[in-house]
Design a protein around this ligand. Structure first.
Ligand code: TYD
Ligand code: MG
Length: 434
């Protein structure tokens, strides 16, 4: 006596007559699954006979993207690609599509002809991509199960909805649609990219509420200058979340920047006062970035302090330390500070470089050639240790830097770069003495 199809919540065990995105008994999302049809429960399986989920990564061929995925997209995984509208999510999704044999692209926001146009522009072979403007997830899944594509793209999750939905409100609809996709794509093991728009304010950030449902969350962001795109892993069940991919939006789509330091470093060889190179970590990756400072006497009123890339408050603090502990007068000067490309630097490890750039500008003397500055600066002017100094030094050596001004700290492996340990800002400022 077989029970007919029934569904049950994996969280609380309550049975349901139909599949639902949310369990009405305990309120868990995406927890309801089909029960075995026999009266017996699920049969145990030998663990060694279970295919590990890790098995089968598909390299997208875009190395910056594969890096953030942790080596490629995992088969059967559900991946959320989130970011502001217009940041390049659809472009990236389409670009990565070309690595797959067959793609089903469910476009809820654009017409097939718009997508064709973009594909042509990106130089993508559009034969392998099937486009549907269907937005009902039941129908998309039915189509996917028939076509069995090697990738399913839902662009976007905001436009997708469950036909049998009885919930109201955008957030609930998004969750319901995502939960349905998750549940129904697991077994056929069709990997999916869910594109989700996120708003700055965060409150209508529907897609971010999916974070615990999906396997991977990637956030595509722009840096302050708008010149670069940073792809960050916020969640990754199959890899590290410490990775950052770098891109620039060009005429032909998202271009990878595989050696970002080269782009952010000075191109000229002559030394200009006010310039200093710092090593900042983006994820696990050290980036060498040029800082430029300019100082001019304040014409009237309060001195201006303008910076791009460095937080204004941090700059004010560093200027105060430079004056009080280093004896460099900046109180009556306007100070302008830029990081190359307006690249946002949040790490205190760039402090020493900021001090040196400003001091160099005030004194109108360049810093030593091929030198790099690493260190956090405290209120007492002391130079404090930073994390992962070895990887920063290695990157600097690789790019031809000869000397590094660093904090007094233990270093595991010394690379081919001469190290100058400095304890205090006044000690570092000795580089300007003739
Ligand atoms: P899009 O991928 O549509 O953003 P999203 O899906 O995140 O909303 O791309 C956004 C912008 O990128 C759009 O204004 C046009 C621009 N763009 C380029 O500069 N180069 C290109 O090759 C493409 C396809 C788009
Ligand atoms: Mg889009």
């Amino acid at each position: 006596m077989n029970k007919s199809k029934s569904y049950a919540c994996s969280e609380c065990g309550a049975s349901q007559p139909q599949w639902l995105g949310r369990c009405p008994s305990c309120g868990a999302w995406g927890s309801i699954a089909k029960e075995e049809t026999s009266g017996r429960g699920k049969r145990p399986v030998r663990l060694d006979q279970v295919e590990p989920e890790e098995a089968g990564r598909i390299r997208t061929g875009i190395s910056e993207l594969d890096r953030v995925f942790g080596g490629g997209l995992v088969k059967g995984s559900i991946n959320l690609l989130a970011g502001d509208p217009g940041i390049g999510k659809s472009t990236l999704a389409l670009q990565m599509s070309s690595a797959f044999d067959s793609v089903l692209y469910a476009a809820g926001e654009e017409s097939p002809s718009q997508i064709r146009l973009r594909a042509d522009r990106l130089g993508i072979d559009s034969k392998r991509i099937k486009v549907t403007t269907e937005t009902l997830v039941e129908k998309i899944v039915a189509e996917a199960k028939e076509l069995m594509p090697s990738l399913l793209v839902i662009d976007s999750i905001q436009t997708a909805r469950v036909e049998t939905s009885n919930s109201v409100g955008a957030v609930n609809q998004i969750r319901e649609a995502a939960a349905y996709l998750l549940h129904s794509l697991k077994e056929p093991r069709i990997p999916a990219i869910l594109v989700g728009h996120v708003t700055k304010s965060g409150d209508i950030a529907g897609p971010m509420l999916l974070e615990h449902l999906v396997d991977v969350v990637l956030l595509l962001e722009s840096d302050t200058s708008g010149a670069y795109r940073l792809l960050r892993g916020l969640k990754n069940r199959f890899g590290s979340v410490d990775e950052v991919g770098l891109f620039a939006m060009g005429e032909d789509g998202m271009r990878e920047i595989t050696n970002p330091s080269e782009l952010l470093l000075p191109t000229r060889t002559d030394l200009v006062p006010g310039s200093a190179v710092v090593a900042s970590l983006e994820g696990r990756r050290p980036l060498l970035i040029e800082l430029q400072a300019l100082t001019v006497p304040t014409a009237f009123g309060t001195p201006r302090r303008l910076s791009t890339g460095i937080e204004q408050n941090r700059l004010s603090m560093l200027l105060a330390v430079l004056e009080r502990r280093g004896g460099i007068q900046v109180g009556n000067s306007d100070v302008y500070l830029n990081s190359a490309g307006g690249f946002r630097l949040k790490e205190p490890a760039v402090d020493l470089g900021v001090e040196m750039a400003v001091a160099s500008a005030v004194l109108d003397l360049p810093v030593p050639e091929h030198a790099i500055f690493i260190g956090e600066v405290g209120l007492g002017g002391e130079i404090r240790p930073v994390g992962k100094i070895e990887s920063r030094l290695k990157e600097a050596a690789k790019l031809g830097f000869k000397s590094a001004f660093i904090p007094e700290q233990k270093i595991d492996s010394v690379s081919e770069i001469s190290l100058r340990k400095v304890k205090h800002i006044s000690e570092a400022l000795c580089i300007f003495q003739k």
